[in-house]
Write a protein that binds this ligand. Sequence first.
Ligand SMILES: *Cc1c(COP(=O)(O)O)cnc(C)c1O
Length: 337
Amino acid sequence: MIPHNLPSLGAEEQAAAIRVLQSNWVAQGPEVEAFENELCRFLNIPDGHAVAVSSGSAALYLALWALDGKKKRVGLPVYSCAALRNAVGMVEGKPVYIDCAEGSPNINVSNAGRDGVDILIAPSMFGIPVDVPVERNFKLIEDIAQSLGAKDSGERIGLRGEVGVCSFYATKLITAGGQGGAVISKNKLLIDKIRDYREFDCRDDSKLRFNFQMTDIQAAIGRVQLNRLPDFIQKRKQLFDIYNQAGLDLLKTSTKSHDVVYYRVVMHCTDPISMIKRSNKNGICAIIPVEQSELLDFSGNYPFSIALVKTTVSLPAYPSLQPEVAKKIASIVKEYS
Ligand SMILES: *Cc1c(COP(=O)(O)O)cnc(C)c1O
């Protein structure tokens, strides 16, 4: 079976992990600091403006905590991943669920102003930058778990709000050895506050903190992956172009000012379930990118999220997928659509 997604881990990642093992310093240490600063350089912010943590979920929680999210109205998309709802719950915020923009997997940010949220979590889904207004009356957390390296007007996204969060889970654009995340911000005070929360041990006050640390083994793998990210993005683009040129009805991704990173190749079809079954019979693993049962809320009316759930399938796309294989997948899928 051709998998839907796969991490790209090779000799360099192995060597990095072994180097850390041999050093005997495996906990959070110099590798984590180096990873943080390399992430800052990648995002074009000064060193010290990123905090590496144990997961994207931890990063989201910390972002909400740093913005005093407790009891605040926190806007989040209904079409997204459960980590968002979990983080809002952990910080004891009041979730306000918001539909996608029509025809887009991204939240309709203009509805956040109307719904009077204090804080908004805006993920850029599938590698497609979400539109965010410059003028807004709420605080913004940009979630780039699925879009590290994507650009808006030539600038890498993640820093358009007060805080940004990254995930380095196994199947994201890059992985820090299976789990990991980061909080990023142009605001050094917020970053310092978050870093302090993570340094829970050997403190001389009684403030509550928590162990959300990344290990040096994870960070060493993450550093190699970050270095490979430009190549990963190029390979993903090549696969998207193959699917696109095969004439599949792909989810619209591009606007003039955005550079997409093609985390998912999503196509429209009238009957996703049977499309997936027939793909499986041909040895291809395709999935519904966000299932109806995975929507974060069921109590409201979210027509654009429901429309996506019912008409989309996500095709295999990852850097090590060979172009010839993608061509074969495209021709098989095309036959059914
Ligand atoms: C994966 C993901 C997260 C959560 O990251 P974890 O590292 O798995 O905790 C948050 N937001 C989005 C949009 C994601 O895709």
